[in-house]
Design a protein around this ligand. Structure first.
Ligand code: ADP
Length: 620
């Protein structure tokens, strides 16, 4: 079945612009051609009638002449009718073929090849080209030449009938036809040129329109795209805000659970109760790790992830991780070994917390997935500030098919519902991101049943010579910090500001446990008033509070006499890096994320109290 261009267009959607403009130009040509053929038919018909009258007047009513003019008259009428019926090309062809027939009949009757009527072939050729195009002109030329050749041959063999008697009217009409022919050809050439010019203009116009439409469409799409991008960014921001909120909401009660469990555990002498509280602590720790992991992934996905840069000693990070895993390894009967192949005192610049997190995650996995045997941690320096860490275990190993997969978020090698190790499948994905952010790579060599070797490299440039007091203080471990608080730092006066009563109780109890006295305030206004009355050595400041929030309260306290350098530590459940910067900008000295356990709290206090100027008023 044939399909019209319109049919095709409607089935396949709108026509392409160029195609449309080409059709425009063709339609323009068709209308013109129809008009031309109509008018030529009328003119030739009129000519045939005039010729018949002229022949009659001249007494040349020889039947062959009359047959020729009659053929022209009938042909013109048929062509005109075809045109009116919308068959333009057919009309043109009828016109040309009947003219050819008429000329042939007249030429045959009036002298064959030498007949003046043979000029008429040229007229037909010109008309054919004009009305029906170049291909048709070539065809009529060939046919006319063939007919003239045939007339010549017939003439040579004397097969033509005797020529009709000639007449001056015939000579005159022949001259007129030759003249008209020249004019017609000239007109044809000019019209053709004009026509192709118009066609080109129509094409250009179509192209310009198409171009305009295209540009408009591109502008619309760009607009839509930027709207979509903005919507996506808004959604991302909303997601970030939601996560920050959820993190805040979850951390706050967790803070109370962890803090109070730890305190009751310390104070309780009932062995059974202590064992059960240890389980509560363990479960809360696990929950906290989970929240931290989810938060890390969300930070990474929303592009809010940033690394801190401070001085650190790689050896210390290494030792800290070893210490943290020692208990669990001993409990499982595993041999935990460290092979540190660098200068332990080498100071570098990097993010100690994140480096610890990565190494701890690999090492904790090794302990978790090794039922018996050993876990070895290694560290050595490579060229160009690079350090290579390795964690080798003799555990269950990872099948080759799972080796690439486990570095993706939420992927676990053994995802059967019966898997016996807890985990979220986020640790390795976070590790890979952190390691890449630190300019390194991660990798794994493993075989099922033969253990695994997880390795990673990180770039840690050498630290500048200056050692900040703060860095030195950070190096104090929890036990040393507790000793410092009980010893040289005893008698320090602290203010705990938090609108949540349980949090205040927990913080005060934690401080009380190391002999540090603390007052408390339940909002920013009260905190500013208390700070104006009493000189505190350090303030632990919650951020989200009614009346006056922690950030604004800090600004006001900083303006009070003697509080320019007093440590004010943001104690908050907001854990995004961006918040940390906001707190520091407001004049806070540091930021500690809830839930804060006693150990880390003592370390922060020892660090800041040991470098903070003891208040003059406090001594007074
Ligand atoms: P999870 O919280 O589940 O441990 P990770 O991303 O840390 O998440 O690890 C993903 C998976 O990789 C684990 O569930 C485990 O199947 C596999 N895996 C990680 N470390 C080891 C290892 N040392 N030995 C064997 N399998 C491991």
């Amino acid at each position: 079945m044939r399909t019209s261009p319109e049919g095709r267009a409607s089935r396949q959607g709108p026509l392409p612009m160029q195609e449309e403009s080409r059709l425009d130009a063709r339609a323009l040509g068709d209308a013109r051609r129809a008009r031309l053929i109509e008018w030529t038919s009328i003119s030739l018909g009129a000519f045939a009638i005039a010729a018949m009258i002229a022949l009659h007047v001249a007494g040349l009513t020889e039947p062959r002449r009359l047959a020729g003019t009659l053929a022209l008259l009938i042909g013109s009428a048929a062509a005109w009718l075809a045109c009116r019926a919308g068959r333009v090309a057919l009309g043109g062809q009828v016109l040309v073929w009947c003219s050819l027939a008429a000329i042939t009949v007249v030429a045959y009757a009036t002298g064959g090849f030498r007949s003046p009527a043979t000029n008429g072939y040229l007229t037909v050729v010109a008309v054919a080209g004009w009305l029906l195009g170049m291909r048709f002109m070539i065809a009529t030329t060939a046919l006319s030449l063939a007919i003239m050749g045939a007339l010549f041959v017939l003439g040579q063999f004397g097969l033509l009938p005797p020529p009709a008697p000639s007449h001056p009217l015939v000579l005159f009409s022949t001259a007129a036809i030759a003249l008209a022919l020249g004019g017609l050809l000239f007109y044809y050439v000019v019209r053709e040129m004009q026509f192709s010019l118009e066609k080109e203009q129509a094409l250009h116009e179509g192209l310009r329109r198409a171009n305009d439409e295209l540009e408009q469409k591109v502008a619309e799409r760009t607009h839509e795209l930027s709207d979509a991008k903005e919507a996506a960014e808004r959604a991302n921001r909303a997601k970030g805000a939601f996560l920050a909120n959820m993190s805040h909401e979850i951390r706050t009660p967790l803070h109370a659970i962890l803090g109070l469990t730890e305190l009751v555990q310390r104070e309780s002498s009932d062995v059974r109760a202590r064992a059960r509280l240890a389980l509560v602590s363990q479960a809360s720790d696990h929950l906290l790790t989970l929240i931290n992991n989810v938060l890390d992934v969300s930070k990474i996905e929303s592009g809010k992830f940033e690394l801190a840069e401070a001085e650190l000693r790689v050896g210390e990070v290494f030792e800290r991780v070893m210490t943290m895993l020692q208990d669990e390894a001993s409990r499982k009967g595993l041999q935990l070994r460290g092979e540190l192949d660098i200068d332990a005192s080498r100071r570098v610049l990097g993010d100690a917390t994140r480096l610890t997190q990565v190494l701890l995650n690999f090492a904790a996995n090794a302990v978790k997935f090794t039922p018996s045997g050993s876990v070895v941690l290694r560290c050595r320096a490579l060229d160009g500030d690079l350090f290579r860490f390795e964690v080798q275990d003799s555990g269950i190993g990872v099948a080759p098919a799972d080796q690439a997969r486990i570095f993706e978020s939420f992927e676990q090698a053994d995802d059967a519902p019966t898997r016996n190790q807890p985990g979220s499948g986020l640790g390795l994905a976070i590790n890979r991101h952190l390691v890449r952010a630190m300019g390194g790579e991660v990798g794994l060599e493993s075989a099922p049943g033969e253990g695994s070797l997880f390795w990673f490299t990180v770039k840690l440039p050498p630290a500048p010579a200056l050692v900040a007091a703060r860095t030195a203080a950070t190096e104090v471990d929890a036990a040393q910090a507790e000793a410092m608080l009980r010893g040289v730092l005893a008698g320090s006066r602290l203010l705990v500001v938090d609108d949540n009563e349980v949090n205040r109780i927990v913080a005060r109890a934690q401080l009380d446990a190391v002999g540090i006295a603390a007052d408390d305030a339940s909002d920013g206004v009260q905190a500013v008033e208390m700070a104006a009355r009493t000189a505190y050595d350090l303030i632990l400041m919650d951020v989200h509070m009614p009346k006056l929030d922690g950030v604004e309260a800090t600004r006001r306290i900083r303006q009070l006499d003697g509080y320019r350098d007093t440590p004010i530590i943001a104690l908050t459940a907001d854990a995004f890096d961006i918040d940390r910067r906001r707190f520091l900008d407001a004049g806070m000295s540091d930021h500690v994320a809830k839930p804060l356990q006693a150990g880390p709290l003592y370390r922060v206090l020892a660090q800041w109290l040991s470098v903070a100027p003891r208040s003059v008023r406090a001594r007074a």
